[in-house]
Design a protein around this ligand. Structure first.
Ligand SMILES: Nc1ncnc2c1ncn2[C@@H]1O[C@H](COP(=O)(O)OP(=O)(O)O)[C@@H](O)[C@H]1O
Ligand SMILES: [Mg+2]
Length: 301
């Protein structure tokens, strides 16, 4: 791999990964992007899920909402890594690698943080993304059905009996990173869509995750609740971190916004991201005005 060692590049790479769809990768990606922008950092976003393009559409919706409502919404510089077409796997992977390398070239020294959203299936771009991660965030639905991305759970004693394909994939990516540049990827698992009604099942799930954490080497976040607002944000490209006013939302925001915001802030704090390496006071000062977006220049198909 010819990507620069993490020691040389300025950008810290945060990857959202989970082999299951609907676990909240794209939603969490967007929230982390906006959290970092609001802290005054220069942020690039990369969508490697070019079938769903959820993050891309989320960002496009934000741009449109800002334009039509005349709002000053912070925007990342956004890139889409497209799936390649070709005769052989080798050909396809070579093309996808070239696209990815081009994106990495453009972002690795000009940004403080790069947030990468990945698809819910094992693909070449998904594996490349995991191998690049300085921080990997894995949202999991708060359900035993979704725990099988880590392994098989014995229903009698809740022990893990077999590691899963995804857990292996992360371990491999981690090992590669250590060998290439001595960096240990920080892996954070966060339960998503937690039901407000506490249940025995929830407690059991939490117990299994706590037991898995030291074995697989991840840190466990407090989690994000199931809230209708998360679904309502998407069409306007808004997040729980945007201004809580009628001008921004078009309607009165609710208490649920505030609670969602607190959960996202807790997650962002838990990541303990390193201070930006780039020496550019305009962007590193907290609260610095977001620069105008050179928006979506690579997005148009
Ligand atoms: N905490 C949450 N509460 C309610 N709905 C959520 C929450 N997180 C995600 N969703 C919704 O779940 C669906 C899947 O989320 P998404 O972020 O697209 O997952 P993924 O990228 O992993 O496939 C979307 O409709 C999204 O709005
Ligand atoms: Mg997604």
């Amino acid at each position: 791999m010819r990507f620069e060692s993490a020691r040389q590049r300025s950008a810290h790479v945060i990857v959202l990964g989970n082999e299951k769809g609907g676990s909240g990768k794209s939603t969490t990606a967007m929230h982390l992007i906006v959290a970092l922008l609001k802290a005054g950092h220069k942020v690039a976003s990369v969508d490697t899920d070019s079938r769903q393009r959820s993050l891309t559409r989320y960002i496009e919706n934000r741009a449109r909402w800002a334009r039509t409502r005349n709002l000053d919404l912070e925007m990342p510089e956004h890139f889409v890594a497209r799936l390649a077409a070709g005769e052989t796997v080798r050909e396809i992977e070579a093309q996808e690698f070239a696209t990815y390398a081009d994106i990495v070239d453009r972002v690795e020294n000009d940004f403080d943080y790069v947030v990468v959203d990945t698809p819910a299936n094992d693909s070449y771009l998904m594996r490349l993304s995991h191998a690049l991660a300085d921080t990997l965030v894995t949202p999991v639905n708060d359900s035993f059905v979704d725990l099988d991305i880590f392994g098989e759970v014995d229903p009698d004693n809740l022990a893990i009996t077999r590691m899963s394909h995804y857990a292996d994939l992360v371990q491999t990516a981690r090992q590669q990173r250590r060998e290439v540049d001595g960096v240990t990827m920080d892996w954070i698992v966060v339960r998503n869509r937690i039901s407000m009604l506490a249940s025995r099942n929830q407690q059991n799930l939490l117990a299994v995750l706590k037991r898995l954490a030291p074995t697989l080497g991840f840190r466990l976040g407090d989690g994000i609740s199931e809230r209708v607002v998360f679904r309502e944000f998407f069409p306007n490209g808004l997040t729980a971190l945007d201004a809580l006013d009628i001008k921004t939302h078009g309607s009165e925001p609710s208490m649920s916004h505030v609670s969602a915001r607190n959960e996202i802030r807790d997650l962002a704090a838990l990541l303990s991201l390193p201070e930006p390496k780039r020496r550019d006071p305009m962007f590193t000062a907290p609260g610095a005005k977001a620069r105008p977006a050179r928006l979506l220049e690579l997005v148009t198909e």
